[in-house]
Write a protein that binds this ligand. Structure first.
Ligand code: ADP
Ligand code: ASP
Ligand code: MG
Length: 402
């Protein structure tokens, strides 16, 4: 079998942890499999580099950020390769460029356009273990790009898809996908399987255990994706697969929490056609991901507009919004909010799912500010101080601990 393995920040967080990863790879190689391992930077490294840059500038050039941040994963790929060679295994590290990963030009959030697998195939044919520096690629013009936070997951899935690997195993510090973040609710249960669509919702709604774009790509390319732990590699993880491969479909599969949100309130906005279009076109052009949007009923030719954006886009958003100051009486920002969401394919065919969520929060005296729903999810914006309480209340309301 050809296996693509990915080891996240904590899994390579110290030199001892890197040695441990070398042992996991050694075992899989000894079982007769070919291995391509994708690695993250050592935990904390990417944040440290961002802080360094921000000590010089609040808005550093994105192309320079990519040059800086991509270095973190190159360090771990070389170290892991050195460790494997030392124990007698032929290994070779590859940067994104050497692995043939070509992206578009959107620095810091680049999309993979194609992967030229020639180098990787040649190395595999020579019996080598490949260690790819995750999270990065190059543009057609050979400039280094990065794939967004958590992007090493995407590197692994994209390579698995391009090279037709039999499986893509994402090794992290928990042994699979749980009904909610086990660090918030210790009663959370591990799932054996979860559908691509549910995982995509959970990941997009804040469950950072898998990067959302990696799940989207896994679904598109039909990659057998497994989430498991490098701390307990003997334990089977969670399989992320097609909905039809899952016999038992729970009403609700999981709860996600996202604290990386800011609510933007525009009050007394002129209520006439085209205003919302102008605002949201401007935000889209600035590559800002607007999430929930609420517009209240207009009174006396004025209306209020509320929407949420990721905290990471806050600075750019503020700059943008100065253009619209004249079209509204007041614009304010609230970052002390969070989004809790419940996700489950069973919602498609059952009623009463939403009312249960609202009742569970009401029981805890938690006020819901904004609600949005789709076929398989319900999201609610609440005050940040209630975040963990809300997750636990919802987890219990849907009997996820049973
Ligand atoms: P890595 O550094 O390996 O990429 P991450 O820190 O990105 O790992 O993701 C792993 C973390 O995701 C876990 O430590 C856990 O706290 C968190 N997490 C959030 N939601 C879930 C969930 N539903 N199941 C498992 N882990 C979750
Ligand atoms: N090192 C990058 C990050 O911290 C990418 C990754 O770990 O997947 O976001
Ligand atoms: Mg991650």
């Amino acid at each position: 079998m050809l296996k693509v393995l990915k080891f996240g920040g904590t899994s390579v967080g110290t030199l001892d942890r890197i040695k441990n990863v070398a042992q996991i790879i050694k075992k899989i190689k000894d079982e007769g499999h070919d291995v391509i391992a994708v690695v993250s930077a050592m935990s904390g490294e990417t944040n440290k580099l961002i802080e360094y840059a921000e000590s010089f500038s609040k808005t550093p050039l994105e192309s320079e950020m990519d040059m800086l941040l991509s270095s973190g994963e190159r360090v771990t790929s070389a170290l892991l390769s050195i460790a494997l060679n030392e124990i007698g295994y032929k290994a070779t590290s590859m940067s994104g460029r050497e692995a043939g990963i070509v992206t578009d030009n959107s620095h810091t959030k680049a999309r993979i356009e194609h992967i030229d697998t020639t180098n990787m195939k040649n190395a595999i044919n020579e019996g080598k273990i490949i260690i790819v520096a995750g999270f990065q690629g190059v543009t057609e013009q050979s400039r280094v790009t990065t794939l967004g936070r958590g992007g090493s997951d995407l590197t692994a899935v994209a390579i698995a898809g391009a090279i037709h690997a039999d499986v893509c195993e994402i090794y992290t510090d928990v042994d699979g996908i749980y009904t909610t973040d086990p660090r918030i609710e210790p009663k959370a249960k591990k799932l054996d399987k979860i559908s691509y669509d549910e995982m995509l919702e959970l990941a997009s709604l804040g469950a950072k255990v898998l990067q959302n774009r990696s799940v989207e790509m896994a679904k598109k390319l039909n990659v057998n994706l497994v989430s498991r732990s490098s701390f307990t590699p003997e334990i089977e993880g969670t399989l992320i697969t097609k909905e039809e491969n899952i016999m038992e479909k729970p009403l609700v599969s999981g709860i996600a929490l996202d604290k990386n949100q800011v609510r933007v309130g525009m009050y007394g906005v002129t209520d006439k056609p085209g205003i919302a279009a102008n605002i949201f076109t401007a935000l889209a052009d600035a590559n800002i991901n607007v999430d929930m949007i609420v517009q209240t009923v207009g009174v006396d030719g004025k209306t209020d507009l509320d929407f949420t954006i990721p905290k990471t886009d806050w600075e750019i958003c503020k700059k943008m919004m100065t253009k619209f100051e004249e079209q509204s009486e007041n614009i304010d920002y609230n970052e002390k909010i969070c989004k809790v969401s419940i996700v489950g394919v069973g919602m498609k065919s059952h009623t009463g799912v939403a009312s249960k969520a609202f009742a569970a929060l009401a029981n805890e005296n938690i006020n819901i500010r904004i609600i949005s729903t789709s076929e398989i999810k319900i999201s609610m914006i609440i005050e940040e101080k209630y975040a963990e309480l809300a997750v636990r209340a919802l987890h219990e309301a849907y009997d996820l601990d049973k």
